[in-house]
Design a protein around this ligand. Sequence first.
Ligand SMILES: [Fe+2]
Length: 302
Amino acid sequence: MALTIENSCDQPRVSPKEYLSYLDRNIDPRDTAGIIESAPMFATIADDERLLTENLNAYLAGFIESGAQAELGNQSFLIGVNGCYILRCNIWLPLEEAELSADQERLEKEVYFFEKPHDHNFDFLTVGYFGGGYRTRIFEYNRRQVEGFPGEKVQARFLEETTLPAKKVMMYRAMQDIHTQYIPDELSISINLLVDNPELRLEPQYVFNSNVDRIESLVPQTRLSTKCSLIPIAGLIGDQNTAQLLEDICLSSSLPDLMRTEALNALGVLSGTAAATDTLQKMQVDTKGGIFKHSIAIGDCK
Ligand SMILES: [Fe+2]
């Protein structure tokens, strides 16, 4: 299950830089157990009461020095990066403080996936830094039993509903834990360690329906979806060479299923349903056929 990790009182405090350096030197990003073992050290970062203020000040100074070039997300900022490890700070505003209109509230929920069950394609540790924390409902599922098309039935197991108050440490496992976050009742701040496991970078992330028993859609703006974003355009404006390349992508079993699905869709648009169906038959997709057969452009040819 998503793990709640007990803090150790005798753990010496480390700085973000020291922690990231420790991870980079000692822990393979594919080693989830090793990352969990580092959690007590990670938790000490949240003991530094000056951390947030000093980082915010650094960003403000950066605006003055570099003309607002500093990379900054909405309500989140980078604390540090070393190799495959990224430390971020997330600020969770309650709706009253955010002073949002109904449209803004809807947008905010969509951008941050509030109230939308979803998984991640990376492990992450999180620790509460300030406030009562967001509320979250956590489920787990077996990714190996999922093909990954919208509407697909999923057997997810409810684990718990909990919050992330200050000092609490949790571990979310890549492609296994599903969580639904709710906007917190009070201003809350958390620190996250994101693990950029190279083997998982091109895995899709899913949004599930509210009952968490079906895949609703893919999380947009992942590395994979960004790479795939040109493929539908190729279907609209391509030529004969494009059609051949799309078929080559479809037949490359080493490429991600989503990329091959997009290529099959695009081929259907460019060359017609019959061509896409021929390609589907060449793909030899006995065990993972569902994701391809559910591709929209050839949906009537299943
Ligand atoms: Fe999430």
